[in-house]
Design a protein around this ligand. Structure first.
Ligand SMILES: Cc1ncc(COP(=O)(O)O)c(C=O)c1O
Length: 341
């Protein structure tokens, strides 16, 4: 089965399996005190061009976001984010349940917040009757497949910092954004003023590993206890860390992301001229968003996996992965064009 539902449907990249096999012998310290974890942390520091950042691994993206945010938030604080943000609509209310915080979700056209869209959120500061925003959270690439440029991120970190707040970046698909823009992951995070970064790996070919990175090491002081009490500390930790070694060696992150992005562009090019289809977003990373007649969607879903993104408008998300092939795209696009007419 090939699928355009989610990059989570894709298998683990063979180089990741090889790396896991390679470290699968003998006893090693548990809970991250092992040498594989040290090597993986060092690789992340080199990737981010920051020897002082604090790096910790977790199992999944929701865990990365929630535990990262927990380091700076009290229950009376709030997070400013796009209304489409994964933390807002796709984490089962985990930020609200675990952190007890309010999410100030801002509607956007394309999943991207801007300083102009969020500046009015810092109101009644110091008033105990209202929650106090202290984090701006952005997703890169966004849930709508768009990307923030480094200068757009810098503008958001400036506005956050001016308001005594932190900039958190959900980088579940950071590799897709970096590959799309032709910039480094450091340029989209550390160099753009991000404070807390969920470094995604699972969606880009790993089995299940994410890292939480703090660019201000003092923010990480309570993190060991936050991670453990949030059930995100792996005992056989080397198997989580090894995945990042594979991802950051031989540019695997880039190769995988470039393929997913290229396949999304190809898919778009093959369906965008169809007058029964309305493309709704720029295709800047690995997903194509389009409005289809719901009857056509039902027909296509008999053969292909993809998600309806918005039941009210009939918008669907067609997502490519590290392993999507030209043949997969061509056969999906041919079926789309034969059904949608
Ligand atoms: C943008 C974004 N952030 C975070 C996550 C969370 O990932 P997980 O399902 O591993 O908790 C996802 C998963 O779909 C995502 O798309």
């Amino acid at each position: 089965m090939t699928s355009f539902a989610s990059d989570n449907y894709a298998p683990v990249h063979p180089e990741v399996m090889e790396q896991i096999s390679k470290i699968n012998s003998g006893h090693m310290q548990a809970y991250g005190a092992d040498s594989v974890t040290k090597d993986a942390i060092q690789l992340i520091k080199e990737t981010l061009k920051d020897q002082n950042c604090e790096v910790n691994f977790v199992f999944n993206g929701t865990g990365a976001n929630v535990t990262g945010l927990q380091t700076v938030m009290n229950s009376w604080n709030s997070v400013i984010c796009a209304s489409t943000a994964h933390i807002n609509v796709d984490e089962g209310g985990a930020p609200e349940r675990i952190l007890g915080v309010k999410l100030l979700d801002v509607p956007t056209e394309d999943g991207k917040i801007t300083p102009e869209l969020i500046e009015s959120q810092w109101v009644r500061m110091g008033d105990p009757h209202t929650s106090q925003p202290n984090v701006v959270s952005i997703t890169q690439s966004t849930e709508m497949g768009t990307v923030y440029t480094p200068s757009e991120i810098k503008a958001l970190s400036d506005v956050a910092h001016k308001n005594n707040s932190y900039l958190h970046l959900d980088g579940a698909r950071i590799s897709n954004a970096a590959a799309s823009l032709g910039v480094s992951i450091a340029d989209l995070t550390k160099n753009a003023g991000v404070d807390i970064f969920s470094f995604g790996g699972t969606k880009n070919g790993l089995m299940g590993a994410e890292a939480v990175v703090f660019f201000k090491p003092e923010l990480a002081q309570k993190y060991p206890w936050i991670r453990k009490s949030s059930m995100q500390l792996a005992s056989k930790h080397r198997y989580i860390s090894a995945q990042f070694i594979a991802l950051l060696s031989n540019d695997l992150w880039k190769r995988n992301a470039e393929n997913a992005n290229a396949m999304a562009k190809l898919l778009r090019s093959k369906i965008e001229k169809n007058s029964k289809i309305k493309i709704t977003q720029e295709t800047q990373s690995s997903a194509v968003f389009a409005i289809l007649d719901p009857a056509h969607t039902v027909e296509l879903q008999k053969k292909h996996n993809f998600y309806v993104w918005n039941d009210n408008t009939g918008e669907v998300r067609l997502m490519c992965s590290w392993d999507t092939t030209i043949k997969d795209v061509e056969s999906f696009a041919a079926d789309i064009n034969s059904v949608c007419k």
